[in-house]
Design a binder for this molecule. Sequence first.
Ligand code: CDV
Length: 329
Amino acid sequence: MNRAITVAAAQLGPIGRDEKREAVVDRLVALLHDAHRRGAELVVYPELALTTFFPRWWTEPLAEADHWFETEMPGPATKPLFEEAAALGVGFFLGYAELTPDGHRYNSAVLVERDGSTVATFRKVHIPGHERHEPWRPFQHLERYYFEPGPDGFGVWDAFGGSVGMMICNDRRWPETYRVMGLQGVELILCGYNTPVHYAPDPSQDALQAFHNHLVMQAGAYQNGTWVVASAKGGVEEGVDSLAQSAVIAPSGLIVAQAFTAGDEVVVAECDLDWCDHYKKTLFDFARYRRPEVYGAICEPRGGRESESAGGEPTAAAAAGASGPEAAP
Ligand code: CDV
């Protein structure tokens, strides 16, 4: 193995609404130590890893939700994590809610190298859920109220001895996410997620959540010849059950390590970045086999030519009586 890096998915169990940042950071540091003890040089924490998943509640005016957001990274509460990681020589990916100095709100992740330097801040591109309070739901998913879509898209950075990309939760369901990074030569994609098991607009998907989670990431890894490391915040948080199953996925598409609990747990695997070439230089040799001249529709309007205005989730009424996609407005 030439470019092998040991990576840990540091899964979190639930974070209570009243749990202080400092207490959460203590948990992150405990996971960091466990990962380091097991040889990890890079630790992947979940999406919004410093607080409970607050988009499940409606808050108006929006400014009253400011306390869920970080205005600096590191800030006073997160500094101990940055310091401890640098002291151990371990890098990390950490999801958090970002409030910028000019008032923008993003669902973000910071990537920090082993020496403590910040590689990049990634802002979630695909924002799921809804914009306004929808009382018919058993719990809200108001990401589209709290966050703007990340304007920068999917970058790839030279870090950890390879080409590293990032995505956050819903981004992992979209093939474009992986392909845009794949075209930049990505070898290691890091991901954090919070996925409620119950999907109110179509509960028939509830039983398939675990399948869909791995389906999309295994396909994305294989089709782009890249490692994917994904870390969940799982378990029952403030009454809402969320998927766990954090995993490390090889460029073959196979899962090489997976969480077996829905709580705080470290999943470790050695990722040989050179293994990506088995796929990048054969079946998925993009330069040789891709046909971009016939892929133009990929960049057509959002919903495709025939359904530009038909996107979005079903309304409450449609969901209540929904028997299939035709019930959507
Ligand atoms: N945090 C997320 O982005 N969650 C979405 C849910 C709402 C479907 C996900 O794609 O897992």
